[in-house]
Write a protein that binds this ligand. Sequence first.
Ligand SMILES: Cc1cc2nc3c(=O)[nH]c(=O)nc-3n(C[C@H](O)[C@H](O)[C@H](O)COP(=O)(O)OP(=O)(O)OC[C@H]3O[C@@H](n4cnc5c(N)ncnc54)[C@H](O)[C@@H]3O)c2cc1C
Length: 556
Amino acid sequence: MRDLTAIENQDYDLIVIGGGINGAGVARDAALRGLKTILLEKGDFAGGSSSWSSRLIHGGLRYLEYFEFPLVRESLKEREVLLRTAPHLVNPLLLTIPIYGDRSRPYWKIWAGMILYDIFSFDKTLPLHRMLPKAQFRQLFRSIDPEGLSGGAQYYDGQVAYAERLCLENIISAREAGAVVLNYTEVTHLQRQGDRLTSLVCRDLLTDKEFTVKGHNKTVVINTSGPWVDKVCKSGVENDRDAPIGKTRKIGPTKGSHIIVPPFPGAPETTFYVEAKSDGRPFFIIPWLNMYLIGTTDLRYNGDLDRIKADDEEIDYLLKETNNIIPTANLCREDVKFTYSGVRPLPNQEGKKPGSVTRKHILYDHKKEGVVNLISLIGGKLTTYRNVGEEMVDAVYRKMNKAAPPCSTDSQPLPGSILPSDRSVGEAIDKYSERIPLKSINHLFSMYGSRALEVLALINNEPELAEKITDRLPDIKAQIVYAVRSEFAYTLVDIARRRTTLAIHAGNYGLELLPVMTETLKKYCGWTQEKCDRASLEYRTYMEENCIPDYELTTS
Ligand SMILES: Cc1cc2nc3c(=O)[nH]c(=O)nc-3n(C[C@H](O)[C@H](O)[C@H](O)COP(=O)(O)OP(=O)(O)OC[C@H]3O[C@@H](n4cnc5c(N)ncnc54)[C@H](O)[C@@H]3O)c2cc1C
């Protein structure tokens, strides 16, 4: 139970609305630099756009076409920072671009892009690009459609396989540095006096209780609610006098969908970055945790932000375009094991094609709208979240008229940071390998980094937690309990979709694991039968509304 009275009795220097990757990054930086910080998230941490991405930590090769050079440079710098500070979560990723004469980006253009990309990442630790003439490319990738092929290019970027856990580790670090972090807490009202926001009315969605978070006369409020930025601003409108905040639309969201399929005939070992044959749109075919993540689409979106789903047409488009490039794949709807879709919180640039809207982030100071202590983030990628945090906290100190202590997040490792060569991995194997399969121990380290030791420690007192959740996967029951006791998980979706990848890797959207998950929660986390039943129903609804394709629902 959370102590809302204690929270109400405090005055915070900084109030952060939204616990996606950007809010988490702001809260971490702020707490590490000594600000008394509270972060409020209406759903689960990383439950918004941050869990629906392609999971690339990338400079954005494509942005070079739009001359977004500062953004590319910023992203490439941040890629290096993450490789250094989160080596357990962010790994180098080799990408291959097949080049076709009949598409919009010819060989010379890709080559020029590759050179520029290397120049912008002159201080990188990853290898330089290489161009592959047609014959060599064909030797390496025999399954690729040869018609019109003129060669290829290869270069490195980064991958964060567990993007949700990157967000979570920032939340954990923020809390360790003194921040209060609350998920399932919706900000329902911004209260204002004159030109300042003075307090926020919130609803604890776990208990349905209302409470107030207040500041002092220098408090700053940061709105990192991603696609919901405009909606949050409008929750400040008490009467017409207050209307200007949120009057102009700042976010122009575009929807992007992914499908997940098992390895298929001709599946590449490296990530493919390809142009769709039908419309020239670039998309990725990404090896991801023994599956393939294929996406994304890019469509204007004006629908419900809390229920976003890949349309049947988007799924068919991704299947067809993958088959176009790798004809042996022969993928069809039955191969799709999971889908997800999210919206990019992009700046509202009406009239522009979705792909050409800037991916640059903007710190929008609401002073222009008559509120001096509110800044909203417009845009912002997964890749650049740390820098957003740094810029925001610098801006907060400026608003408070105080000198900002130096930012340390570019060198301070995230909580689970560990290298595979670390001694503790070998020690854990010695200690636990009689009780837990080696594959599971390795799996835990690849997911939790050094925090795997805490997951493993649970079985010292509760030996049954060493059991696997299902024979098909390396995950063990201790992970379910750890998610609830130590990682702010409150629902089955939190556990199966964002603390682990059970929902995706177990097949059938994780539905068959509900009995074992709820049994474990009943026994070790005090869940009642009624709570388990309700949670199972909510899990099914969530999957139907967000992940199970319509064509499966109508045929089942
Ligand atoms: C299809 C797709 C692919 C992408 N691929 C990549 C990629 O490969 N690499 C990359 O770098 N970026 C990628 N991105 C971009 C990136 O995922 C997003 O820009 C980023 O995650 C946005 O994070 P955020 O924290 O700003 O927003 P979000 O993650 O959406 O977080 C905002 C949070 O605010 C909360 N909130 C809303 N209203 C309230 C309220 N009233 N009270 C409290 N909380 C509230 C929401 O619940 C949400 O959790 C992709 C995005 C999409 C959609």
